[in-house]
Design a protein around this ligand. Structure first.
Ligand code: FES
Ligand code: FES
Length: 154
């Protein structure tokens, strides 16, 4: 077993995990944070995307042990303490940027990182897959949330 200490959504956690434990399963099964989904076994769908030290990471491609000493943010950590939705969550809600919602947490986490690096985004977004929406409203949601970028928190 490997001992890890990880901050998740601002809360410190210490645990012993098997060295092979993927970060996504640590989040889902050890911490009960099931907003981070598993949509493939090929590292391609992005449903498992979280932020690690502010950078988007597909958590099915990272070992929990690699998150030792780092800050992880999941979809559960995006809303404010009083329940106010993150601007991206609000934009997805207002623009109908989802259908079944399975991909949505990963989309929002990837978009949060993307908007930090691209405060004036174009429609050339990539890296996450959605089987429902056709992407039009997802892109509209992300562009909406980018205005104004100063409102976007990570
Ligand atoms: Fe599909 Fe991680 S579960 S990329
Ligand atoms: Fe269903 Fe994207 S809303 S997979």
């Amino acid at each position: 077993m490997t001992q890890i200490s990880v901050s998740v959504n601002g809360t410190p956690h210490a645990a012993n995990v098997e060295p092979r434990t993927l970060l996504v399963y640590y989040l889902r099964e050890h911490l009960g944070l099931t907003g981070t989904n598993v949509g493939c076994d090929t590292s391609s769908c992005g449903a498992c995307t979280v932020l690690v030290d502010g950078e988007s990471v597909k958590s099915c491609t990272m070992l929990a042990a690699q998150a030792d000493g780092r800050e992880v943010t999941t979809i559960e950590g995006m809303a404010a303490a009083d329940g106010t939705m993150h601007p991206l969550q609000d934009a997805f809600h207002r623009n109908h940027g989802l259908q079944c919602g399975f991909c949505t947490p990963g989309m929002i986490m990837a978009a949060a990182s993307y908007l930090q690096e691209n405060p004036a985004p174009t429609e050339e977004l990539e890296g996450n897959l959605c089987r429902c929406t056709g992407y039009q409203n997802i892109v509209a949601s992300i562009l909406d949330a980018a205005t104004p970028i100063s409102d976007v928190r990570v």
